[in-house]
Design a protein around this ligand. Structure first.
Ligand code: KG4
Ligand code: ZN
Length: 320
């Protein structure tokens, strides 16, 4: 079995996955409540919380799988991109466990992890396919040729789609993280109530920064009780604009490269409007959209391992 560890942002996660991609345990401890009062993730607070949670979360994953470290063949851990202090906690934990058991360590790229959320049982997707990776930190269109090769077709020039959701939620006075809150509120609203334009940039790239300005203006013009009455309509229209932009680009890319298989991964892939607007796409299972360690262990199946004790020199990276 592979023990996966993920601490790149505000989720402390550990999972046990077999070489065949069967999930034996998948434990995610979200720090969202801790960061909610700041309206976003505070890096130093996140690192300290990871430090407190990483060992109990790994223990819980082992218990859930009915396993001990003796059943683990290699340790997979997110090396980057992400918050550097947060990443270092997971990496240090992974090194310590691997070193103490003389096991190899597999450093995994977080984005490979999101794509590999599609390779897990019971319904693994086989490459090639076009993949939309939309999360709090990234928005990318990837041509996934094989388990090990992917090509970047387009990405965001400014905010990530999840960031647009989070910033929009903040303007609407909703909680953090905002994507799920907007998703929930939007089901009571009219997506055609407001016409929020999304900038069209050349090629297959995205741009979401103008959208939040449009929402800001709409909100600013409303009195407190008006905002209360229109909040669901604003959420639904704002969400519809993000989804429209994503779907348009996905279909354009699919046509351009001639792929008929489409997949969506990352936190934003949990969005119900996006899933409904792309019925032809395979969406990662809901529990595997937002950050988790099962996807990291899954990616490790196609990532080169570093033998004992060479990995002790590995460092984390905040960005590519
Ligand atoms: O993949 P993820 O957990 O972390 C990163 O790698 O960034 O994605 C988190 C992002 C957040 O911006 C969150 O607001 C968004 O995913 N998100 C959603 C939904 N659930 C999470 N956005 C829209 N609708 C959702 N249901
Ligand atoms: Zn992520």
């Amino acid at each position: 079995m592979i023990l996966g560890i993920e601490t790149s942002c505000d989720e402390t996660a550990a999972a046990l996955v077999t070489d065949e991609g069967e999930i034996r345990a998948n434990v995610v401890s979200s720090q969202a409540d801790l960061h909610a009062r700041y309206g976003g993730v505070v890096p130093e607070v996140a690192s300290r919380r990871h430090l407190e949670l990483v060992t109990p979360v790994i223990r819980e994953a082992l218990a859930e799988a009915g396993a001990t470290l003796a059943d683990v063949d290699r340790i997979a851990v997110t090396q980057g991109p992400g918050l550097i202090g947060a990443l270092l906690v997971g990496l240090a934990a992974a090194k310590a466990i691997a070193w103490s058991r003389r096991l190899p360590l597999v450093p995994v790229d977080h984005l490979d992890g999101h794509v590999a959320s599609l390779y897990l049982q019971p319904d693994p997707l086989e490459p090639p396919f076009l993949c939309l990776l939309a999360s709090g930190g990234h928005t990318m269109l990837l041509d996934v040729h094989s388990h090990t090769e992917r090509e970047l077709l387009g990405s965001t020039l400014d905010d990530a789609a999840g960031e647009a959701f989070d910033k929009g939620a903040r303007l609407l006075g909703l909680g953090y993280p905002g994507g799920r809150e907007i998703d929930r509120l939007a089901s009571d609203g009219d997506p055609a109530a407001y016409d929020f334009p999304v900038a069209r940039v050349p090629g297959l790239d995205f741009s979401f920064s103008g959208l939040k300005t449009a929402l800001l203006y709409a909100v600013r013009d409303l009195a407190e009780e008006e905002l209360e009455a229109r909040r669901a309509d604003l959420a639904a229209s704002y969400q519809a604009a993000i989804v429209r932009a994503l779907v348009e680009r996905v279909r354009e890319a699919a046509e351009r490269i001639g792929r008929d298989r489409i997949a969506i991964v990352g936190g934003v892939a949990a969005n119900s409007a996006l899933r409904a607007a792309l019925p032809e796409a395979t969406a990662a299972p809901l529990a595997l959209c937002t950050d988790n360690a099962a996807m990291i262990a899954s990616a490790a199946r196609w990532t080169e391992e570093v033998p004992y004790p060479r990995y002790l020199a590995l460092d984390a990276y905040a960005s590519r």
